[in-house]
Design a protein around this ligand. Sequence first.
Ligand SMILES: Nc1ncnc2c1ncn2[C@@H]1O[C@H](COP(=O)(O)OP(=O)(O)OP(=O)(O)O)[C@@H](O)[C@H]1O
Ligand SMILES: [Mg+2]
Length: 308
Amino acid sequence: MSSEVIIETRNLTKVYRDFWGRPKVQALKALDLQVHRGEIFGLLGPNGSGKTTTIKLLLGLVFPTQGDALIFNEPTSNVAKNERIGYLPEESYLYKFLNAEETLHFYGRLFKMSSAERRKRVDHLIDMVGLTSAKHRQLREYSKGMQRRIGLAQALINNPELILLDEPTSGLDPIGTAEIKELIRDLREQGKTIVLSGHLLADMQDICDRIAILHRGELKELGKVTDLLTVQDVTQIKAKNLPPSALEEIREVIARHGVENVTIDHPTTTLEELFLRIVRESELHPGRRKVAADVRPFEELTGSAQKS
Ligand SMILES: Nc1ncnc2c1ncn2[C@@H]1O[C@H](COP(=O)(O)OP(=O)(O)OP(=O)(O)O)[C@@H](O)[C@H]1O
Ligand SMILES: [Mg+2]
């Protein structure tokens, strides 16, 4: 991540008005933030907290009620900047009767790419989002996950420097989610700046360098994910195959220093990691997987064993 500021908002505020021009919803309240080149920045918040509104304000699709936003140091009303931006909206707006290839060629033409350049880029993107086998099917036949993938490919057609993704993994299964997250990390490797929104905490934690937490249009927290999640007053020591004798000595040392409330246990993995590992293992070794609980006696599983 460099210190170059790609996005800056100052007092960015949006009030949606009703048909008569009366203020209806304050969707975003005085947002101040900066996004730097090469980072993955997450907008995290519950439904209706202002994530989509923020992204639309950055793109110049809606106008701020107060405050302003700069992208590449230019006001968002400057349309020339759009050539350097890719956008995946919350809901697909792509033409349902085109297939994946036609869709990308269509957008490539909008960006005035030559046909040779376009062909190369379209093939590359379709392969990258994993739609090669479905590229001749009309989008109306696509599953939710496939629609997300073609949307992402479309957002990348102009090889943008800044990519705004509104819930990129919504509707994707864990495998699809993992693939998209990998893809987003690859984009960061290429030096791109990525802003994404979401409310799936584990995914946001996994992928974002920094996050902003929004609640009812207000910025509640902003910072590096690792900093926000570090529990400062707890120390954790990890070791593999620690012999019981060592464990005993460690307990003694801690006790000698007068520290109480010591927990020594085995770390747990996330459900996501477990799920992905099982799926990958199953692909390598098809067939019934031996489940740990299966080998325990029935009485133990049901709790019907007599305790002696
Ligand atoms: N065009 C609109 N007219 C009136 N109110 C709107 C409009 N768009 C959004 N809002 C309101 O602004 C608030 C923020 O909405 P926004 O779509 O930005 O939230 P979000 O964080 O993206 O939510 P979600 O997780 O459901 O996508 C909500 O109260 C919503 O009802
Ligand atoms: Mg939204």
